[in-house]
Design a protein around this ligand. Structure first.
Ligand code: 2P0
Length: 318
């Protein structure tokens, strides 16, 4: 009987961002990053050996270009010895409309499935290191709840680990502003950001913010977490505007949502924002405030769909 190995991984949102590479081929980042894995959005991936002449990818039931996946599978071949081609079936439960990057959950789930298929030891550090080479942020999705990806300095030392595996009642409300494709890939965007004259200062600040963030999480201080995350994310987007070829992921709606979150905070509600490589805004709050805050946003932005997410689990076999 053909062996089928299946794994599920959830997407994650960085509170301290990964936005720059010291080594592009190996995805060694310029900063350590810290994320929350989310319960709502995940990818389930199955792998099996096939007699086909090339690796195949079926994504949400549709045969899709497998170049990036095949390149990733070749890393396993280099490490474990050549094996036959692989049929990958992946179901993404990351609504495209949410504009959430699915590469984190996808490469994390694929890594888990391949470790299972090849009967490799269940070593989360090794899995994180491998997932990183598929997509940097995937290194963090191996873990549930909070994860820190220590930047390291080479292939061996750059991997993520679980940071604080307790639910601290943090809520992320995702404002699905646009379903359109990213105008600038993360990989390209980061490379440009690194040309900003202010980039070095952002990197330096991020190292301090990471330590402050860890302390705020341990203290379950949502206000501090939100303030640091917001400053780190807005700083990241400033590098894009300061690069030698300035670009901006924000749209008019992005700015309106950010401004409204600031108004809510000034009126006494816990409301902070973080934004990734696209126009969508993730609003950081806590469980006690989420309903009131969500209602305010829905009234002010009736055209925007919102999704509420909380801490999710790490990689698992299904
Ligand atoms: C992050 N992002 O820390 C940052 C913040 C987006 C903005 O990681 O080139 O898809 O595949 O390593 O992981 C998105 O970048 O980039 C990302 P690659 P990835 O979540």
């Amino acid at each position: 009987m053909t062996k089928l190995a299946t794994a599920r991984a959830h997407t994650n949102i960085a509170l301290i961002k990964y936005w720059g590479k010291e080594n592009v081929a190996l995805n060694i980042p310029t900063t350590s990053s810290l994320s929350l894995t989310l319960d709502q959005f995940y990818t389930t991936t199955s792998v099996e050996f096939t007699d086909s002449s090339k690796d195949e990818l079926i994504l949400n039931g549709i045969s899709t270009d497998s170049t990036r996946v095949s390149k990733f599978l070749d890393l396993f071949r280099q490490q474990e010895g050549n094996f036959s081609k692989i049929l990958v079936r992946s179901e993404n439960h990351v609504p495209t409309a949410a504009g959430l990057a699915s590469s984190a959950s996808s490469f994390s789930a694929l890594t888990g499935a391949m470790f299972n298929l090849l009967e490799l030891p269940n070593d989360v550090q090794e899995m994180s290191r491998m997932a990183r080479k598929g997509s940097g942020s995937a290194s963090r999705s191996i873990f549930g709840n909070f994860a820190v990806w220590n930047k390291g300095e080479d292939d061996q030392s750059s991997y993520a680990e679980s940071f604080y595996d307790e639910d601290i009642n943090l809520t992320m409300i995702v404002a699905e502003i646009s379903s359109s494709m990213k105008k600038m890939s993360s990989t390209k965007g980061m490379q440009l950001a690194q040309t900003a004259p202010t980039y070095g200062a952002w990197v330096e600040k991020a190292a301090h913010q990471l330590e402050e963030m860890k302390a705020a999480i341990r203290a379950k201080d949502i206000e501090k977490i939100g303030l640091i995350a917001q400053d780190n994310a807005l700083g990241m987007h400033e590098q894009n505007r300061n690069s030698i070829e300035p670009f901006d992921y924000f749209t008019v709606q992005t700015r309106r949502v950010i401004d409204f979150a600031k108004q809510c905070y000034e009126s006494g509600l816990l409301a902070f924002v973080t934004i990734d490589a696209g126009p969508n805004v993730k609003i950081i709050t806590d469980r006690a405030s989420e309903t009131e805050l969500l209602n305010k946003f829905k009234v002010n932005f009736p055209e925007i769909p919102f999704e509420v997410a909380h801490a999710g689990e790490g990689l698992r076999y299904v």
